[in-house]
Design a protein around this ligand. Structure first.
Ligand SMILES: NC(=O)c1ccc[n+]([C@@H]2O[C@H](COP(=O)([O-])OP(=O)(O)OC[C@H]3O[C@@H](n4cnc5c(N)ncnc54)[C@H](O)[C@@H]3O)[C@@H](O)[C@H]2O)c1
Length: 376
């Protein structure tokens, strides 16, 4: 019989209990301990799962010899120290987004994980969701034609964070999806925003990511919106996709519409003929909880020694984008160029840089990882 991977979760606030539930549901692992500095949160988790050990000192969980993997769901400013201590103690690490507060911290975590042969995975949850995987499949098959732009809106009232602004809190979801489906790292970014409620913590931001070949993506993030909105539009030269994550069944709609400029036209009426209005259709998606798939993927990577789809490298790329956004915010929205001195993009090429996870030729480990995700 295969040995079960033993897991401990640090952070039992809002997101931690979801991780606790999911890791506990997997037969390949055994959730042994949960930890929070706040005893009330530990009591809450232990009331739900009485067989799980509750701790208030993270060093006790990290140092426990019978724990193989540590899951970190604490505020961002604590990610680095908890992850570093866990890796140095020989534990595999699953860390919440965003991975850390700086790219330097991400690089250090990646180096330790590599040196010790440990799995370091970042929870970019949406990359494990059926709609996003379907969109990536459609884009990579070329069904949309050339991608012209992506527009994303993630808006709601709250939850206000104290240590990070709304760009670091909400935009990571959009950034991870955009880098994944475009398969490229941006060449520049600009970001504007305002702090209306807490001084110097922006609660509304608008950012634009510029990619090679004139492609761009805009991301609007807000904690000050009366309605909850989770919408992304991907505009291609042949077709377009509208992804509404709040829909229960029809999360993606593909529009067979395009505008083709006629080579020549004499009247305004003729110009209209260049609009193509075709059908729209809704692909079937297999419903599965993305977080459950992410947890399973982590355990699978620990068992097989595979690189996660959202490993340290993808976590680092995300932080580089966020650092660029923060730099631009400080310059009142002036563009920040990703370059060797101020935020080097990985694997530079003549026309920009490939995003690490997609859509390169898959290595064996990546292919292994994708097998798990097939059929989502
Ligand atoms: N993947 C997603 O979709 C998603 C969604 C929500 C939150 N998150 C991420 O999860 C993380 C936690 O967010 P949250 O909303 O649950 O925050 P939260 O404030 O609700 O919970 C954090 C918990 O960590 C505890 N804590 C703080 N420092 C600690 C330490 N050093 N040791 C042990 N416990 C400590 C706090 O007492 C608190 O209970 C953040 O990184 C956030 O970005 C991810």
């Amino acid at each position: 019989m295969k040995k079960q991977i033993t897991v401990g979760v640090i952070g039992c606030g809002y997101w931690g209990p979801l991780l606790i539930r999911n890791f506990r549901s997997l037969s390949e692992c055994r959730l042994k301990s949960v930890c929070d500095l706040d005893i009330a949160r530990v009591k809450h988790a232990c009331a739900l799962y009485p067989d799980v050990q509750g701790l208030t000192a993270p060093e006790r969980l990290i140092g426990a010899p019978n724990i193989d993997a540590v899951v970190i769901a604490t505020p961002v400013k604590t990610h680095f120290s908890l992850a570093k201590a866990s890796l140095l103690a020989g534990k595999h690490v699953f860390i919440e987004k965003p991975m850390a507060t700086s790219s330097r911290e991400c690089e250090e975590l990646m180096q330790i994980a590599e040196r010790k042969g440990l799995v370091l995975m970042v929870d970019h949850t949406f990359l494990y969701s059926a709609p996003v995987r379907k969109i990536a499949e459609i884009v990579q098959a070329g069904d949309l034609g050339e991608i012209r732009y992506v527009n994303s809106r993630r808006l709601n009232l709250g939850l206000f964070q104290k240590d990070i602004n709304v760009a670091w809190d909400l935009a990571p979801h959009d950034i991870s999806i955009i880098l994944y489906i475009l398969g490229e790292f941006p060449v520049a970014i600009n970001c504007q925003g305002n702090a209306h409620v807490s001084p110097s913590v922006e609660d509304v931001t608008n950012m634009s990511l510029f990619f090679p070949h004139k492609r761009f993506a805009t991301i609007q993030s807000s904690w000050l919106e009366p309605r909850k909105i989770r919408e992304m539009t991907i505009v291609g030269s042949q077709r377009m996709i509208v992804y509404d994550d709040l829909q229960t069944h029809e999360k993606i709609r593909i529009y067979d519409v395009r505008v083709v400029r006629p080579p020549h036209y004499d009247t305004f009426a003729e110009f209209h003929y260049s609009y193509h209005y075709g059908d729209s259709y809704i692909p079937h998606l297999q419903q599965e909880e993305p977080l459950n798939l992410a947890c399973r993927h982590f355990i699978d990577c620990v068992e097989t020694g595979s690189q996660p789809i959202t490993g340290g490298r993808e976590g680092l790329e995300m932080i580089r984008v966020l650092e660029g956004a923060s730099a631009s915010l400080k310059m009142n929205g002036a563009p920040f160029m990703f370059g060797s001195s101020n935020g080097a993009a990985p694997e530079p090429s003549s026309d920009g840089a490939r995003h690490s996870s997609k859509p390169r030729k898959a290595s064996r480990t990546t292919r292994n990882a994708r097998v798990l995700l097939r059929g989502v």
